[in-house]
Design a protein around this ligand. Structure first.
Ligand SMILES: [Fe+2]
Length: 182
């Protein structure tokens, strides 16, 4: 048993957060705070011009309103419906993805899973033809839940009103002010 645990820890980064898709972010923050006692960051937006998903395989605008729990890991990432693809209302509310942060080789992981017949369902780039910031597996992989692989790069976060996000000690964008960060 000890050996198995060791293998898990070396072979697979642990789940950092659980992404949950919701219809009304403010209402969801209230409901999750009440339901599990977690507290949540200010509302921000994952805003990029370079998102690719089944709704449009050309890089396009994606502006998902989100809030992260202060408690974790695993943290809870509440995300409001947006767009016509991975985060659309048609996906329904509920668990959307298991997030792995600071993944060492997101493109290598993509190739590895594609070789096993597991497709990419959504991806954010850092510019035209740029680096992969994150990507999602197809949701069928985990019985309706995607895996999300997030590169060790700053993500395109802004606050809800468009102000710049806070910065953590690596200079990466975050929704938590430094004094509240992990
Ligand atoms: Fe996520």
């Amino acid at each position: 048993m000890e050996k198995r645990l060791e293998v898990w820890q070396v072979g697979s980064p642990l789940i950092h957060h659980v992404g949950v898709l919701v219809g009304d972010l403010e209402e969801a923050i209230e409901r999750w705070s009440r339901g599990i006692g977690y507290t949540f960051s200010e509302v921000g937006r994952y805003r990029t011009d370079f998102y690719i998903d089944s709704s449009d395989t050309e890089p396009h605008y994606h502006d998902a309103r989100i809030s992260f729990s202060r408690e974790g890991p695993p943290y809870i990432e509440l995300m409001e419906f947006c767009g016509e693809g991975t985060h659309s209302a048609a996906q329904g509310e509920g668990i959307h993805h298991l997030g792995f942060m600071d993944y060492p080789d997101v493109d290598g992981r993509l190739r590895e899973l594609e070789a096993q017949g597991i497709r990419c369902d959504g991806m954010a780039l850092d510019g035209p033809g740029g680096k992969t910031l994150l990507w999602f597996t197809e949701k069928q992989l985990l019985h309706g839940i995607r895996a999300e692989y997030v590169a060790e790069l700053s993500q395109p976060l802004v606050m809800d009103d468009g102000r710049p996000a806070y910065r953590d000690d690596r200079g990466f964008a975050t929704l938590l002010p430094p004094e509240e960060g992990p």
